[in-house]
Design a protein around this ligand. Structure first.
Ligand code: FAD
Ligand code: NDP
Ligand code: KYN
Length: 459
């Protein structure tokens, strides 16, 4: 798709945060002819090199692709993205089972966070009217005065700058949101899981190839915890251990190199030999916390709007946080097409449309953690998924699995996907009482029940 959107105006806009959403939004705004100033607390990642131990790669799916294609950069990113067609589950004996994500050619894509961010910044900076200001930490926002209080992280120098219209894309711990939280009747909640995450690494083989199936997302489901691995272009995999902070199997219980080595050899026996730097990684990489942030409103007057994690930080288990933030950019752009310079309507409509979807995605993300760490190890669950894909093949217009609605259906709002998924789950529970094997799907009583339920969905 080609670069889009005719400019409507040349308002001056300010973005706080040049992460994934901020750098994409800068491109969207610049392509509309706005002059754009972007402030970012970190140094320019194009000069600083990769930051170790911080979500190295991400799963990009259709909502994200749509937003990238909206500014004409889908193909460029696709060239460096690795398709993952299925889950591969590793049991405690190293035996494998498989679960496809969708139809034959459907995949989620592993992309480098740093690479994607750098590409977006490069493209944004090449647009006329875009100025990137790195090492600029927002200390405070004067909402009523329309002032930014910034500190230069390199020199320590502080400055106050006016803004005309501000977009808060400064992530889960947003300073722009902090300012809004101090306004009257502001709703805010944050909820931490009792789990943390640690990024580890599976090395490439000596010839630079992948030591596990390349085009898959790998899961070691262990009931109360799990490890996952996503492929990188250099033949390595980035693994993430999602693990309780406290308890028998927990970060607290693994204090010495010997304890870590022994634990991995026992519970991840096929992965441990592929992780030569396990001990260094485990003790040097930080343990990240996992938080869901909900807040409302997202707009302050017609002057300030939150997007991305700043307004809806979710736990990472569906691989949708960035995708949802990119979808924010798509929706905002559509609203700008519809309403021109009427920022009041744009901001109000944006938060009205997006808030229920962000809330639904937050719930789905928590739900997927249980599925990934526990249910995928259950043969009944995998059987249910096979039966569900048979229903979907038989009734393609009436039944799309929840995972596909979230991941491969950018026209289906998250809230609608969640509601459909809950209804489907109720039907599957009824059906599975009659099913012991895949072939049972063709039994007359099962077919009759499926037919009956489809009739009710259609009504
Ligand atoms: C372990 C993990 C795995 C994940 N995996 C996936 C995945 O597979 N797929 C997916 O879609 N999502 C995933 N996510 C979620 C994804 O990382 C986020 O949703 C996404 O990064 C949000 O983008 P953002 O631009 O809103 O925030 P960020 O990417 O965090 O960007 C915010 C930017 O603002 C800057 N900033 C912060 N505070 C200030 C300040 N005071 N002043 C100036 N600048 C500031 C930050 O330095 C940063 O550059 C994952 C998250 C985690 C933690
Ligand atoms: N939903 C979730 O569970 C999580 C989401 N994320 C998202 O992932 C993306 C990348 O994150 P990453 O680069 O690793 O970010 P970091 O974890 O490096 O966080 C960036 C900054 O946020 C502040 N911060 C970090 N953790 C906390 C906390 N628990 N409470 C208050 N402030 C905190 C710190 O600021 P300072 O140094 O000033 O204290 C830190 O330097 C971001 O989008 C973030 O929004 C990140 C972690 C968890
Ligand atoms: N990127 C992630 C990061 C952390 C945890 C999960 C993911 C996933 O993408 C999971 C995938 N959507 C799945 O359902 O198998």
């Amino acid at each position: 798709m080609s670069a889009t959107v005719a400019p409507h105006s040349s308002d001056s806009v300010t973005l706080m945060g040049a992460g994934l959403v901020g750098s994409l939004l800068a491109l969207y705004m610049a392509r509309r002819g706005h002059s754009v100033d972007v402030f970012e607390r970190r140094p320019d990642p194009r000069l600083a090199g990769p930051v170790e131990g911080r979500s190295i790669n991400l799963a990009l799916s259709d909502r994200g692709w749509r937003a990238l294609e909206g500014v004409g950069i889908g193909d460029e990113i696709r060239r460096v993205a690795i398709p993952m067609y299925r889950r591969v589950m590793h049991d405690a004996k190293g035996q494998l089972t498989f679960q496809p994500y969708g139809q034959d050619n459907q995949a989620i894509y592993s992309v480098s966070r740093g690479g994607l961010n750098r590409t977006l910044l490069e493209l944004a900076e090449a647009e006329p009217g875009v100025t990137l200001h790195f090492n600029q930490q927002c200390l405070h926002v004067g909402l009523k005065e329309r002032e930014l209080h910034l500190r230069d992280a390199a020199t320590g120098q502080e400055q106050v700058r006016p803004f005309q219209r501000l977009f808060g894309t400064d992530g889960a711990f947003s300073a722009v949101r902090t300012a809004m939280q101090k306004t009257d009747r502001y709703n805010y909640s944050q909820s931490y899981l009792e789990y943390g995450y640690k990024e580890l690494n599976i090395a490439p083989a000596a010839d630079g190839t992948w030591q596990l199936e390349k085009n898959a997302l790998h899961i070691w489901p262990r009931g109360q915890y799990m490890m996952i691995a996503l492929p990188n272009l250099d033949g390595s995999f980035t693994c993430t251990l999602f693990f309780p902070y406290e308890g028998k199997h927990s970060f607290a219980a693994l204090q010495t190199p010997a304890q870590v080595q022994e634990f991995f050899a026992e519970v991840f026996p096929d992965a441990a030999p592929l992780m030569p730097e396990l001990i260094e990684d485990f003790f040097q990489n930080p343990t990240g916390s996992l938080v869901t942030v909900r807040c409302f409103p997202w707009a302050f007057d017609d002057d300030v709007l939150l997007l991305g994690d700043a307004s809806h930080a979710i736990v990472p288990f569906y691989g949708q946080g960035m995708n949802a933030g990119f979808e924010d950019c798509t929706v905002l752009s559509q609203l700008m097409d519809e309403h021109g310079n009427d920022w009041h309507t744009i901001f109000q409509e944006f938060q009205r449309q997006r808030k229920p979807n962000a809330d639904a995605m937050a719930d789905l993300a928590i739900y997927n953690f249980e599925e990934m760490r526990d249910r995928v190890a259950d043969p009944r669950f995998l059987l249910q998924k096979k039966i569900e894909s048979k229903i979907s093949a038989q009734y393609p217009d009436q039944w799309l699995p929840l995972y596909s609605q979230v991941t491969f259906s950018p026209d289906t709002p998250y809230a609608e996907a969640l509601a459909n998924g809950q209804r489907q789950e109720r039907i599957m529970r009824k059906l599975m009482k009659h099913i012991e094997a895949e072939a049972d799907f063709d039994k007359p009583e099962v077919q009759e029940l499926v037919h009956h339920e489809m009739g009710r969905i259609a009504d």
